[in-house]
Design a protein around this ligand. Structure first.
Ligand SMILES: Cc1cc2nc3c(=O)[nH]c(=O)nc-3n(C[C@H](O)[C@H](O)[C@H](O)COP(=O)(O)OP(=O)(O)OC[C@H]3O[C@@H](n4cnc5c(N)ncnc54)[C@H](O)[C@@H]3O)c2cc1C
Length: 183
């Protein structure tokens, strides 16, 4: 079988890359040395939060959450559980800076003072000079379900998935890959 592209590594990045290419009409294979999502993805807590310090990262996270939600609509599964994320920071410049970024990218957040935090989560120890940033639209990605769903979607679109291949090496020829050996 000939492919237009071979994605090396079947973590979430590889799976989404393959899916995007298949949707654009390319013939794609994924070659994974172990099993799908057995790398960093299998260790990830799966927290998807917009509480980030770079504007671009917040925009990417927002987009990722939308993509996962779209997949849920078409597949009827629960890949993402809305949990709400609370981060406690010292009052002052850092929080002011974060607030400026959040407003510029329309992140829905609440700023909670120590009294409010203790009232809601009474086991938390918060100092008086700290504040909480709470983003209730954030949550946790279920890596197992999403990897299962992506596998199905990729196979339904005619993509091939090769697992337990061992390490794949690409042989470059100028700026083209000349040969890819898959198991
Ligand atoms: C403990 C921990 C907790 C984390 N918690 C979070 C979190 O809460 N939220 C969050 O957003 N991020 C979290 N992360 C980060 C997140 O897991 C990674 O950013 C993400 O999994 C990267 O995905 P990936 O597809 O690039 O990599 P991977 O999941 O590592 O996938 C790469 C795949 O490529 C394969 N591979 C590599 N080289 C080759 C080769 N030569 N040939 C064949 N196959 C190959 C590997 O086996 C692997 O399966 C966490 C990470 C860790 C370690």
């Amino acid at each position: 079988m000939k492919y237009d592209a071979v994605v090396v590594g079947g973590g979430l990045l590889g799976l989404f890359t393959a899916l995007e290419m298949l949707r654009r009409g390319y013939r794609v294979a994924i070659a994974e040395r172990e099993t799908l999502c057995s790398g960093s993805c299998s260790r990830s807590t799966g927290i998807m939060t917009r509480q980030l310090a770079l504007r671009a990262d917040i925009i990417f996270t927002d987009r990722s959450i939308k993509i996962v939600r779209e997949l849920e609509k078409s597949h009827g599964k629960t890949y993402f559980k809305k949990k709400g994320v609370l981060t406690i920071n010292s009052r002052g410049r850092v929080v002011n800076r974060l607030e400026t970024i959040y407003r510029s990218v329309s992140v829905n957040y609440k700023l909670l003072d120590p009294y409010e935090i203790r009232n809601i989560w009474n086991i938390l120890k918060v100092r008086d000079n700290e504040v909480g940033i709470y983003t209730e639209d954030d949550g946790i990605l279920d890596i197992g379900s999403i990897s299962y769903g992506l596998r199905k979607e990729i196979e339904d679109l005619g993509g091939s998935i090769y697992e337990t291949c061992g390490d794949i090496y690409l042989k470059p020829d100028g700026n083209r890959v000349k040969k890819t050996i898959i198991c």
